[in-house]
Design a protein around this ligand. Structure first.
Ligand code: GLY
Length: 344
């Protein structure tokens, strides 16, 4: 089990598999007396800056028009406030913009052009977030989309997108994290629902969370998943705990994923059990046949993260084989998530 038997010493931070550098940086900032949410957002900014992390920030995989659109949200337990942006173009630090929405406005979610203008007014630089690698991945996607359109894949092998890099970054050798069930065949082109999430509790017992993503790769322009939606991609209640989600956002939205986890913890579930309950709810309500395999299991993955106010934590995935990041001592580490469906 991932839930520790004794209560960890605070602070404790948990997050998605790709959040280890974010958590390490956030812990350092916390030691320097940076407020908890600012420390988390600073940590996530490091990952938003990484061009090789193609599910978040600069270098994230683009939408079907080859434009990068970012979603992010923050939530602070002590004030029970939140801020979010969705469909944000041209600004890599989406989580920082979400934090400004929380701090500088009486609103909780800004979208599209409004979010971009807001960021510009605050001095966030406007830039092209599309890296060469992401553009080439989009070209591969476009070329493989249909045999009946004008696009062809001249030489997949010569594609300068390195799939080996993706394979090395996931526990099961899939081409992208949070994409498909572990037994699903890898797609021809990089594809992801990947996201970064961090939930944390500081030494005073205050909680905060942040989720940031470039969302579903090659999505219809304007598609927004769970990440910037409070109660779905993240939820923090200072009297209970904090939760977050990565993976197929549509499914998390439809069960109010993060809020459900926190409610279950409030009712007495352990963090791991609260995640498993929510995953079962998603699985039971996945009714469309194209989303179910021959055994009726979801063909996609979702990973859920839960942190109780006392520092006890857990994480669970729809399918076996996923990891999450945790800091409950000196250094962050990867830990195995519990799962709903074992590998065959
Ligand atoms: N969980 C990220 C998304 O679906 O957009």
């Amino acid at each position: 089990m991932t839930t520790p038997t004794c209560t960890p010493r605070l602070p404790v931070m948990i997050g998605s598999w790709n959040a280890i550098p974010a958590i390490a940086h956030a812990a350092q900032r916390l030691q320097g007396n940076t407020p908890l949410l600012d420390a988390i957002v600073d940590g996530i900014a490091l990952v938003e800056d990484d061009p090789d992390e193609m599910s978040v920030g600069y270098g994230g995989l683009p939408n079907e028009d080859c434009v990068v659109e970012l979603d992010a949200a923050v939530m602070e337990g002590v004030s029970h406030r939140s801020g979010a942006v969705a469909g944000l173009r041209g600004v890599r630090h989406a989580a920082r913009v979400a934090l400004e929405v929380m701090r500088r406005t009486d609103h909780s979610l800004l979208v599209g052009e409004g979010a971009r203008k807001f960021a510009a007014l605050l001095g966030f630089p406007d830039e092209n977030l599309l890296t060469d690698r992401a553009r080439k991945a989009w070209l591969d996607w476009k070329a493989n989309l249909s045999e009946r359109d004008g696009w062809i894949a001249p030489d997949q092998a010569a594609s300068s997108f390195g799939t080996a890099r993706w394979a090395g970054r996931t526990p099961h050798g899939l081409t992208a994290p949070e994409m498909l069930a572990p037994d699903a065949p890898p797609p021809k082109v990089p594809f992801t629902y990947g996201t970064i999430h961090v939930s944390a509790v500081d030494a005073a017992g205050n909680l905060a969370s942040c989720t940031s993503t470039s969302g579903l790769s090659y999505k219809i322009a304007g598609r927004v998943g769970d990440s910037p939606v409070v109660g779905a991609g993240l939820y923090t209640d200072n009297s209970v705990g904090s939760a977050g989600a990565t993976g197929r956002g549509e499914s998390v939205l439809q069960v109010c994923g993060a809020h459900t986890i926190v409610q279950r913890m409030e009712a007495g579930d352990s963090p791991t059990d609260a995640c498993l309950f929510t995953l079962k709810k998603i699985a039971d309500r996945t009714r469309l046949s194209h989303l179910r395999d021959a055994k009726g299991r979801p063909t996609f993955n979702v990973t859920l993260y839960a942190l109780r106010k006392d520092g006890v934590f857990g994480a669970a995935s729809m399918h076996e084989g996923y990891e999450f990041a945790v800091l409950d001592g000196v250094a962050p580490r990867a830990a195995s998530a519990a799962w709903l469906y074992p590998k065959d």
